[in-house]
Design a protein. Structure first.
Length: 368
């Protein structure tokens, strides 16, 4: 087929050779994109060529991760793959159809869920399935898969998953805002768009800054019918925050600092979390005390972990390395930022409450 060539991969499960169809440069031209980045094209539909399936055993994955499967994850897949072989494995042609694309992407999604893989990849696959349904005007199934994509993107944002360099934290935040809007949750859509707009420019790409501002403006015009309504909405949030902080004896300057550093909408969202904190804890949250201490401690040291957070720090080569929100405790010696409960054998360098990834958390900076 003109515009398509094949690439040979090795199935990590059964070791068979797998020939995956790929698109040549110029196989399609993007005419336009929807607000959630779905492409409308002239030529071959690129969504049809996302993912690969082994025709021998049924193993499926995105091409970029096809050959990378830890042994424990292969073990999780074996019962499913045995059933697929018994039922008969569908062959996928070089010239893929809509049905081929749905089969491949659905197989990838099913197996990624069993493997409990990176939530960003699950969200990405779910969004591509939603796009397939959009292209045949099946709104009901499109909404189902957009909801799945949204939930996994939220998990990816929360867990600081490694993101494509073309997307980044701001791009993921923008997609979350757009998906909320498409699912009719305009309040959360406006809040997420506002979050991206308020990010420092060094944390976001110009494209997503512009798209988020356009989405934010569109949502304001559609769902905040007048400037007075919006002022009332913002005033209500500010009043809720002020009432909670005043009951703790917190100064107005601290409230202003909280709103400036966290954002008004987020300050309103975390009111319930602040109610259980002391005045000193709230002041620490408002001033981003944890981050200032992290900057001090990590200066000149090697930084490992949370991609988005690492970008805000000055990484060096000094040891011990500083691990940011690791899933497992690193081998000593090391310094660790974590929200995990304390265990013996670790020296606390700092502990307190802070706002991180949309939540107020008890944070610890420790020596291991």
């Amino acid at each position: 087929m003109e515009g398509v060539y094949t690439k040979k991969l090795t199935c990590p499960v059964c070791k068979s050779e797998v020939y995956v169809a790929r698109l040549k440069h110029g196989a399609y031209t993007v005419i336009s994109r929807d607000s959630d980045l779905h492409p409308w094209v002239n030529g071959i539909n690129p969504i049809y060529y996302v993912g690969a399936v082994c025709e021998n055993c049924g193993y499926a994955a995105l091409e970029s991760h096809f050959e990378e499967v830890p042994p424990d994850e292969i073990k999780k897949l074996l019962p499913l793959l045995a059933k697929k072989r018994l039922a008969g494995i569908k062959g996928v042609r070089e010239e893929r159809t809509w049905e081929d694309a749905l089969y491949v992407l659905s197989s990838v999604f099913e197996q990624y869920e069993i493997r409990n893989t990176d939530p960003y990849n699950l969200g990405y696959v779910a969004q591509n399935i939603a796009w397939l349904y959009r292209e045949i005007k099946d709104e009901e199934n499109e909404q189902v898969w957009l909801e799945k994509a949204l939930q996994y993107y939220l998990k990816a944002y929360e867990s600081s998953a490694q993101l494509p360099s073309t997307l980044g934290e701001a791009g993921l935040g923008y997609l979350i805002a757009d998906l909320y809007a498409r699912l009719g949750n305009y309040r959360d859509a406006l809040q997420w768009a506002s979050r991206v707009v308020q990010m420092p420019k060094n944390r976001k790409k110009v494209l997503f800054d512009q798209l988020s501002r356009e989405l934010w403006q569109d949502l304001r015009e559609k769902y905040k019918s007048s400037s007075q309504e919006e002022r009332n909405w913002r005033t209500t949030l500010r009043t809720d925050v002020q009432r909670t902080l005043q009951s703790k004896g917190v100064l107005t300057t601290t409230m202003d600092s909280l709103i400036r550093n966290v954002g008004l909408w987020a300050s309103g969202e975390i009111v319930k979390d602040l109610q259980d904190l002391t005045k000193e804890d709230i002041e620490a949250v408002a001033s981003f005390e944890w981050f200032n201490k992290l900057i001090e401690i990590s200066s000149g040291h090697k930084i490992i972990g949370d991609i988005q957070l690492a970008k805000l720090l000055s990484s060096g080569q000094e040891e011990p390395a500083v691990y940011l929100m690791p899933e497992r405790w690193p081998e000593p010696p090391a310094m660790v930022l974590t929200d995990q409960p304390l265990s013996s054998g670790k020296k606390i360098l700092w502990q307190g409450y802070g706002f991180l990834k949309g939540k107020v958390r008890k944070l610890f900076i420790m020596e291991v």
